[in-house]
Design a protein around this ligand. Structure first.
Ligand SMILES: *[C@@H]1O[C@H](CO)[C@@H](O)[C@H](O)[C@H]1NC(C)=O
Ligand SMILES: *[C@@H]1O[C@H](CO)[C@@H](O)[C@H](O)[C@H]1NC(C)=O
Ligand SMILES: *[C@@H]1O[C@H](CO)[C@@H](O)[C@H](O)[C@H]1NC(C)=O
Ligand SMILES: *[C@@H]1O[C@H](CO)[C@@H](O)[C@H](O)[C@H]1NC(C)=O
Ligand SMILES: *[C@@H]1O[C@H](CO)[C@@H](O)[C@H](O)[C@H]1NC(C)=O
Length: 227
């Protein structure tokens, strides 16, 4: 083969690879779910082709054709419903659908909150530092009664329970702090979730509304990789 051919091949090959990479990475065109526009870094799978729009974008499903839901890597998670998204501020107003499901199934569903909301979220999502914490305690009946006696009114009994075997109590935990410092009650398991509250305060008695009102997430994308 003449040296000229090798040169042509060497020039042609990298160009082709670059084109393929760009094709895979090309973001899906903005799409609608209800009245929400879904665009980079989120994408709705193309219904016709099921085509993915490339990492690091995040898949969103369109629930009941009106509510975008971010699926998360936690297998048991129902995901997070998006109430509002601001692409300029890179922020999302979301509802933890797993916790809402527990409320809807109560009472006597025998389902208890196990997951901390933060455990169902991975990078690049961060819970807004302005959030308040709501702590849910799952207790066997006796431990729950003891906790209520100890809690001095700050603990509220929820509708989540398992007959007379176990119950779920809730407490407003002040400023949200994913790393802990929420206090424990003997024999009870705790799960922490962020809420918005009002005027910097949350009343545990309003736990249904607090869970429904959701909280804010922000996202930070890594700088684009050189190709
Ligand atoms: C979007 O739709 C919801 C109901 O699906 C409605 O409550 C809301 O007001 C709408 N928002 C805008 C900005 O149109
Ligand atoms: C729990 O409820 C069952 C029936 O619902 C009852 O038979 C049982 O005695 C109750 N146990 C306690 C400790 O109250
Ligand atoms: C949830 O968070 C609390 C407070 O940080 C921690 O004590 C608990 O172990 C966590 N639970 C799980 C299941 O990770
Ligand atoms: C979270 O709470 C822990 C334990 O109380 C404390 O050590 C830590 O500094 C707090 N973190 C923030 C960001 O407030
Ligand atoms: C929380 O709400 C309950 C019921 O609405 C009310 O009785 C209680 O006083 C409130 N607690 C605080 C600290 O505002």
């Amino acid at each position: 083969m003449a040296p000229g051919h090798w040169l042509a091949l060497a020039l042609w090959l990298p160009l082709m690879l670059t084109a393929a990479t760009a094709e895979e990475r090309r973001p899906c065109s903005p799409n609608k779910c209800g009245n929400h526009t879904i665009s980079h870094p989120f994408w709705l799978p193309d219904r016709a082709t099921g085509r993915s729009c490339g990492s690091p974008d995040f898949e969103v499903t369109c629930k009941d054709k009106i509510t975008p839901v971010i699926l998360t890597s936690a297998a048991i998670s129902l995901g997070f419903a998006i109430l509002r998204v601001s692409y300029e501020d890179r922020s999302l107003h979301v509802v933890d659908l797993g916790k809402r499901y527990l409320l809807q199934q109560a009472p006597n569903s025998c389902l208890v909150p196990i997951w901390n909301t933060s455990a169902k979220l991975s990078a690049p999502f961060t819970i807004s530092p302005g959030s308040l914490g709501l702590v849910l305690y799952s207790c066997p009946e006796a431990a729950g009664a003891a906790a209520l006696a100890l809690g001095g009114g700050e603990l509220v009994r929820t509708g989540m329970r398992c007959g007379n075997e176990s119950q779920v109590l809730v407490r407003a935990g002040g400023r949200y702090n994913g790393t802990g410092g929420y206090g424990r009650y003997e024999g009870c398991d705790s799960a922490v979730m962020p809420v918005l509250g009002a005027n910097g305060e949350a009343n545990a008695s309003d736990y249904v509304r607090l869970i429904d009102d959701g909280f804010f997430l922000t996202w930070e994308l890594p700088p684009p990789q050189p190709e």
